[in-house]
Ligand binder design. Structure first.
Ligand code: ZN
Length: 176
């Protein structure tokens, strides 16, 4: 990798290439008739190497073609970045809208609090507050006010608790 502005590397391309390396050159101007690597303003051609994709391999192209390729790859890179930002935004929105809903009563469960789940070592059966357990797991518990069904979320996960949509511990109007 050169820090002299003679090379560009892109890590993705529309054709599925895993990387595309563009080196600005003056053909046969280097030692022993080799191509000389130069910064873009001094170049007369570009050597393009592609890994993967539809057309892997090396080719020498005109500056015009290489500039078009760079533009295409930069655009693709920008589009991929936007897609990444959009996915992160959707994930945030999904987490923000999460609720523990009781499927039986169709109401939001109420947040009970942090409970200790004790996990049995052999049977792998989980107990709540049972002294025979061996490994502790902290869980956030939500309970349906009407039917008592519960849902657990492991503490320290990617989601903050209580969930924004959880019901008040105090029961509101019942299910219809
Ligand atoms: Zn319920």
């Amino acid at each position: 990798m050169a820090g002299d502005g003679s090379q560009l590397i892109f890590w993705a391309a529309p054709d599925g290439a895993s990387s595309v390396e563009i080196t600005w050159i003056v053909p046969a101007a280097g030692r022993r008739g080799r191509d000389k690597r130069v910064p873009r303003p001094e170049a007369t051609h570009a050597r393009v190497r592609r890994w993967g994709g539809i057309e892997p391999g090396e080719q020498v192209m005109s500056l015009e073609d290489a500039d078009r390729l760079v533009q295409e790859l930069e655009l693709y890179q920008a589009q991929q970045a936007v897609i990444g930002i959009e996915q992160a935004r959707r994930r945030q929105a999904r987490i923000a809208s999460l609720t523990s809903r009781c499927p039986h009563c169709d109401v939001a469960r109420a947040y009970v609090g942090l409970e200790q789940l004790l996990e049995g070592s052999r049977s792998r059966v989980a107990f709540l507050g049972d002294v025979w357990g061996t490994s502790n797991v902290d869980v956030h518990m939500y309970q349906c006010t009407y039917c008592g069904s519960i849902e657990l979320f492991r503490d320290g996960g990617p989601i903050d608790h209580p969930l924004p949509g959880s019901a008040e511990a105090d029961p509101g109007p019942g299910p219809t």
